[in-house]
Ligand binder design. Structure first.
Ligand SMILES: Cc1ncc(COP(=O)(O)O)c(C=O)c1O
Length: 393
C-alpha cells in the first residue's frame, strides 16, 4: 500500500465556486485564473470544473499549450504578456491574448511577423507598482499599439493591491479605480479590473458608477474555495466550498504521561496523560513546517471528522495530533483513521484551508500551491469521493 497521504480535487466545488463568482458579477465575463498549475490543483484536473468560464488566464506558455491540448478553443490570456520576442510566435500559433505592460513588449510586437493580428490587454500601473504603464504614460502606449498592424483589439486592464480591504478598509481600491478611470475615460476597448476580492466585495455594489466589474473579471483564489479577504470574511460567508482536500491517516498512536515531550526540539510537553496520533504528512508533502504545535495553540486538523490540533513540530514526513477531541465520544482512535489537514472530511466536517494558513502565518494561496509532487492526487467528480473512512491495519 502506498503512503496514505492524498490530495483530492473536488469538481462540484469548483463548479459551485465559479457560479458564485459569476453571480457576483453577472454582467461580466469571467477569466478563470489557472496560473501556477491552477493554484496547485493541476490544470488538467480542474478543467472540467471550470470549463463554463469565459476564458482562462495564466502566465506560462507551457500551461497555455496544456489548455489547448485539452481542446479549449476559447480565450486564453497571458497575464504578464510575453517574456521574449519569440514567444509571440507561440501566441500567434495558439491564438493567445496577451497583456502588454512595458515598452519592450510593444517593440517586440512591432517587429513580429504575423498574418493574424493579436488581441492585447494594455496594463496600467494604477498604484500596485508591479507591472504596467503609469497613468501618465498609458495613452501614448495605447497610441503606439493602436498604430501597429500586428494588433487587433486593445483592452484595458489594471490590478488592485488592496481589494481585500484588510489594509485600508472597504475603500482600498478607490484611489486606483480613480486613477484608472480618469486616464482611460475616452479610450475605447473592453475593461478588466477585478480579482476575486474585488469581484466579491465591490463588483456587485456598483462602485465607479457601476463600471467596476466591467467586461471581464479575473477570479483566482475564490474559485479554489478560499475567502480572498480572510479573516475579514470566512469562505462560508462567501458561500465558497473547498476544492482541494489534503488528507492522510494515523500510522501510529502514542500514550504520553504528563511531562513527556513530542517530536524534534521537544517543543510540546504533555500537561497530563494523553493519547496522540502520528499522521503520514510532513513538510515534504507541502504541509507548512511553521504551523504551530506548541502548548497554547496548535494548527487545526480534523481527526475522524472532529476538530483537533497539531502537537509539536512538523517533521519531514510526519506530524502529531491530539486524539482527545476525537476520542471524547468513547471510541478510541486506531491506525488507519482519517486525518484531514484541510478540506473536507469523509465524516462530513470541513476545515477551510484559510484557517490552517492563518495559524501558520501564511495564505491559502501558498498552501495550495505548495502541495508536493510526491503527494498522489484523486479526482472527486460527483461529490461522492471514494476515500474509505478507515483503513484497517
Ligand atoms: C493580474 C492578476 N489578475 C487576477 C489574479 C487573481 O487573483 P486572486 O487569486 O486574488 O483572485 C491575479 C493573481 O495574482 C493576478 O496577478
Amino acid at each position: 500500500m502506498p503512503r496514505p497521504i492524498l490530495a483530492t480535487v473536488h469538481l462540484p466545488a469548483l463548479r459551485h465556486n465559479l457560479e458564485r463568482l459569476q453571480r457576483a458579477a453577472p454582467d461580466s465575463r469571467l477569466w478563470a485564473v489557472v496560473k501556477a498549475n491552477a493554484y496547485g490543483h493541476g490544470i488538467e484536473r480542474v478543467f472540467e470544473g471550470l470549463r463554463a468560464a469565459d476564458g482562462f488566464a495564466l502566465l506560462d506558455l507551457a500551461e497555455a499549450e496544456r489548455l489547448r491540448a485539452l481542446d479549449w478553443r476559447g480565450p486564453i490570456l497571458l497575464l504578464e504578456g510575453v517574456f521574449e520576442a519569440r514567444d509571440l510566435e507561440t501566441c500567434s500559433r495558439l491564438n493567445l491574448w496577451h497583456v502588454v505592460h512595458c515598452e519592450e513588449q510593444i517593440d517586440w510586437l512591432a517587429a513580429h511577423k504575423t498574418h493574424q493580428p493579436h488581441r492585447v490587454f494594455l496594463k496600467m500601473n494604477s498604484g500596485m507598482n508591479r507591472l504596467g504603464f503609469t497613468p501618465a504614460a498609458y495613452r501614448s502606449a495605447w497610441a503606439r499599439l493602436n498604430a501597429l498592424p500586428q494588433v487587433d483589439e486593445i483592452s484595458l486592464i489594471t490590478h488592485f493591491s488592496d481589494a481585500d480591504g484588510l489594509r485600508f478598509g472597504a475603500d482600498g481600491i478607490a484611489y486606483q479605480l480613480e486613477a484608472f478611470t480618469a486616464a482611460t475615460r475616452d479610450l475605447p476597448g473592453e475593461r478588466s479590473l477585478c480579482n476575486s476580492a474585488a469581484t466579491l466585495r465591490h463588483a456587485s455594489r456598483g462602485l465607479g458608477s457601476g463600471q467596476l466589474a466591467a467586461d471581464w473579471v479575473r477570479g483566482g483564489i475564490a474559485l479554489y474555495g478560499s475567502a480572498p479577504d480572510h479573516p475579514g470574511h470566512r469562505s462560508a460567508d462567501w458561500e465558497l466550498q473547498p476544492t482541494l482536500t489534503l488528507s492522510s491517516r494515523l500510522i501510529a498512536i502514542q500514550e504520553l504521561q504528563a511531562g513527556e515531550t513530542v517530536g524534534y526540539g521537544s517543543s510540546y510537553t504533555a500537561p497530563h496523560a494523553m493519547r496522540i496520533g502520528i499522521v503520514a504528512c510532513g513538510y515534504a508533502d507541502g504541509y507548512p513546517r511553521h504551523a504551530p504545535g506548541g502548548q497554547d495553540c496548535g494548527a487545526p486538523v480534523l481527526v475522524r471528522g472532529v476538530r483537533s490540533r497539531l502537537i509539536g513540530r512538523v517533521s519531514m514526513d510526519m506530524l502529531a495530533v491530539d486524539l482527545g477531541p476525537a476520542e471524547a465520544g468513547g471510541q478510541p482512535c486506531r491506525n488507519g483513521d482519517e486525518v484531514v489537514l484541510w478540506g473536507r472530511s469523509r465524516h462530513g466536517a470541513q476545515l477551510p484551508v484559510d484557517e490552517v494558513a492563518q495559524a501558520a502565518g501564511t495564505l491559502a494561496y501558498e498552501l495550495l500551491c505548495a502541495v508536493a509532487q510526491r503527494v498522489p492526487f484523486a479526482l472527486d467528480e460527483d461529490g461522492n469521493d471514494s476515500r474509505p473512512l478507515t483503513v484497517a491495519n
